[in-house]
Design a protein around this ligand. Structure first.
Ligand SMILES: N[C@@H](CCC(=O)N[C@@H](CS)C(=O)NCC(=O)O)C(=O)O
Length: 220
């Protein structure tokens, strides 16, 4: 592989794991190239770096490869994290919440959103289980403070948000009627954040492109 001048992120715009990685890279002010992949036709270069074939994959200029979204977030905030987003995310409560998000909640979310992929006939069961597993505990947390990081966001907010967004978008009216007001406020705040908008920039598929820089100060 030719040497990289900037980290290269293999990404997929709508993937919640890739979203959290892009948001962390942008929040940390890291310049990176992104290669928007087509999931059914993954680039050979990406598979050579990470044969498990999931995005995101971050190829570093020093030859290192990081192929788990949370590890990419940790790496990004390890480079630059003036607000201490990573360190403030490392509470027992936040680590447990993230474990539920990536575990039980994701499993139920997939069976609720894509029942046909799982031969699932009772998607409401998974929808309700997802609410119990993550959304109700999230509501309890957000009743106490506006962000999982307290008054300002931490890495857990960034990591969990794309998954709650995906859940809410399956049946917006049903989600909107849930007795989860603090969660809804948190979600709509994140949906309108310039950081999220920047992370959702559309790039041409199939090639590496410099990801437009995000300047938090300019966007405030
Ligand atoms: N544990 C991985 C999970 C990543 C993942 O499952 N990404 C999905 C897209 S959202 C993927 O690439 N799936 C492979 C496929 O659909 O072929 C991470 O945190 O990065």
């Amino acid at each position: 592989m030719t040497s990289l001048t900037a980290p290269l992120l293999y990404s997929y715009r709508r993937c919640p794991y890739a979203m959290r990685a892009r948001m962390a890279l942008l929040a940390a002010g890291i310049e990176f190239d992104a290669h928007e992949i087509v999931l059914r036709d993954k680039p050979a270069a990406m598979l050579a770096l990470s044969p498990k074939g999931t995005v995101p994959v971050l190829a570093l200029a020093d030859g290192g490869v990081i192929d788990q979204s949370l590890d990419i977030m940790q790496w990004a905030f390890g480079v630059n994290d003036p607000e201490g987003r990573w360190q403030r995310s490392q509470t027992t409560a936040n680590i447990e919440l993230l474990g539920v998000c990536d575990g039980r909640f994701k499993l139920d979310l997939d069976r609720y959103k894509y029942p046909e992929r799982f031969d699932e006939t009772d998607r409401a069961l998974h929808r309700d289980a997802a609410v119990q597993a993550l959304l109700i505990p999230l509501e309890a947390r957000l009743q106490v403070s506006p962000q999982l990081g307290g008054e300002i966001p931490c890495a857990t907010d960034i990591a969990v948000f794309p998954f709650v967004r995906q859940f809410a978008a399956v049946e917006p009216a049903w989600f909107g009627a849930l007795p989860l007001p603090a969660l809804r406020t948190w979600l709509s705040d994140w949906l309108s954040q310039p950081l999220f908008e920047a992370a959702m920039t559309r790039l041409p598929a199939g090639q590496a492109t410099r990801f437009p820089r995000f300047n938090a100060a300019e966007s405030a």
